[in-house]
Design a protein around this ligand. Structure first.
Ligand SMILES: [Zn+2]
Length: 273
């Protein structure tokens, strides 16, 4: 498996890009770190979510800064209210700017966005949950999914592959997919009810996804592999899946971690040129 996320620092803003996506020349994309923004306290400093208790003007300034570094207009952003379910929304030109500058216009109750329209910057927000980026370089379509444990057992990544096939004729074997920085198996301890859901969702794989079972019934969950396996099961080629293998909890100097007690959110952004 390739581990080719590239780390960059520009104008004090740290962010990551996916080499396989960059090489296609089809998209502008990135996953932000937490440095280089203007927010303070638990949001210090590049909080990019408009749906937190952070000051709106701080978030908008942070978005302007990250958008400038990526070379996109912040008015192109399209974001949703993420609710840990498996709804996938087809973004079209009429959605341009939804959630870009105000919380009222966000797309409601949606955890994955997809589009074939250039110039729409699909955006999703993360602190420990798993960002899953999709690019079909043949049909020229993109998607972005938000997968915490609930989204992962609901198979939102696999459902996004199917939605791309239905909406745009994407062949799974053409897809490039990347699983970004998020909480790793090193720090993602879960309890019995979560473990049961993982067993139900992944009867063939759960033994490799859940490790280090403790006397209190808690164990470590590997969300990266759970998403990897469900993607491969839909026909995505293993060699086309990039895993960042960067744990947000381990890297709280650079990334927001909800379990680490921080309230800011990094953003995943992807836009067809
Ligand atoms: Zn860790």
């Amino acid at each position: 498996m390739p581990t080719s996320f590239q780390r960059h620092v520009k104008k004090g803003i740290e962010y990551y890009t996916i080499s396989s996506f960059e090489e296609t020349g089809l998209v502008i994309h990135g996953f932000s770190g937490k440095s280089g923004g203007v927010s303070d306290g638990a949001y210090n400093s590049l909080n990019l979510s408009i749906l937190t208790e952070d000051k709106l003007e701080h978030v908008l300034e942070n978005r302007r800064r990250f958008a400038r570094v990526l070379g996109i207009d912040p008015a192109c952003l399209v974001g949703a209210h993420q609710v840990h379910r498996d709804t996938i929304y087809k973004v079209t030109l009429k959605d341009k700017g939804r959630g870009a500058f105000d919380p009222e216009s966000v797309i409601p109750a949606t955890d994955a966005l997809m589009t074939n329209e250039p110039g729409l910057a699909l955006t999703a927000f993360f602190a420990d949950c798993v960002p899953v980026f999709f690019l079909d370089p043949v049909k020229k379509v993109i998607a972005l999914a938000h997968a915490g444990w609930k989204g992962t057992v609901a198979k939102i990544a696999a459902k996004t592959v199917k939605a791309l096939a239905e909406a745009y004729g994407t062949e799974p074997q053409d897809l490039l997919v990347a699983i970004g920085p998020s909480i790793g198996p090193c720090h993602y301890e879960v309890d019995r009810p979560v473990i049961e859901k993982v067993k139900e969702a992944f009867p063939e794989y759960w033994e490799s996804l859940i490790t280090g079972l403790k006397e209190d019934g808690h164990a470590q969950l590997n969300l990266w592999q759970a998403n990897f396996y469900q993607l491969v099961d839909t026909g995505v080629l293993p060699e086309n899946i990039t895993l960042a293998e960067v744990c947000t909890y381990c890297h709280q100097d650079r990334l927001f971690s909800h379990r680490g007690g921080m309230a800011g959110r990094q953003a995943a952004i992807i836009m067809l040129k």
